[in-house]
Design a protein around this ligand. Sequence first.
Ligand code: SAH
Length: 268
Amino acid sequence: MTGRVSFVGAGPGAPDLLTVRAVRVIGEADVVVWARSLVDPAILEHARPGAELVPSDDRTHDDVVAIYARAAEQGLHVARVHSGDPTVYGALHEQLQACRALDLDTEIVPGVSSVSAAAAALGQELTIPDVSQTLIYTRRPTRTSMPANEQLVELARHGTTLVLFLSVRRPRELQADLLEGGYAPETPCAVVYRASWPDELVVRCPLSELAAAIKANKITTQALVLVGPALQESPCAGRSHVYDPGYGHRYRPLGRPDRYKKAAAPDG
Ligand code: SAH
């Protein structure tokens, strides 16, 4: 029997934002390894009775790989539960390599990203036609450095909707980089702390007040910063072409409601 590791996205926090597939895979696992800091223990209710439950936050990569090695030897199924989606800042790459070296089967179960939960908390679309059609996910360097071509100042030059993970610890530098990159001081920003958790906090401000707002609310971790013109709260010009009455397509030919197909529109 071959051992198997499933990397499971637990979503942003609220236990009912787990996917149906995540629930099934957690329920099938012999061992569930989960990070306590950003994953609600309520997800463990889906583990089968007798499953081994291992918190990962006090373990190193090598400790977790030792669990994978045991899975390879004993033909166990491990569910490694990550916050949000495991493919975004999930330390996934090194784990996949380790599993492949151990000849373990692997699978990835996508999760709802914290970005989706933050946008839901804001009640806003992050891509508004004619305002912003591009999302940049990035972070500031900490102990993890940034590739030379991904400096925040350079990314900011595009003026898109920009989402910063793992970047609230040095708010003054964050604000300075965004301004230096060319966002105007009045650019709308939002900081979403623990999106979808009971203690979720949403702070909105112009970029010129971002650092002060992060400090005043004592946000030092577990938050996303969103920047860009799409975050303005007042209505702005942009409107989707796909749903425009003057825009026909395969499922809604112009002027022919009788020909509307029952399926969804092709793009969104
Ligand atoms: N894989 C995760 C990200 C893990 S990195 C995902 O897809 O969302 C951890 C960082 O993600 C945190 O420092 C924070 O910036 C962000 N994050 C994760 N969950 C969050 C939440 N519920 N609310 C706000 N930010 C969150």
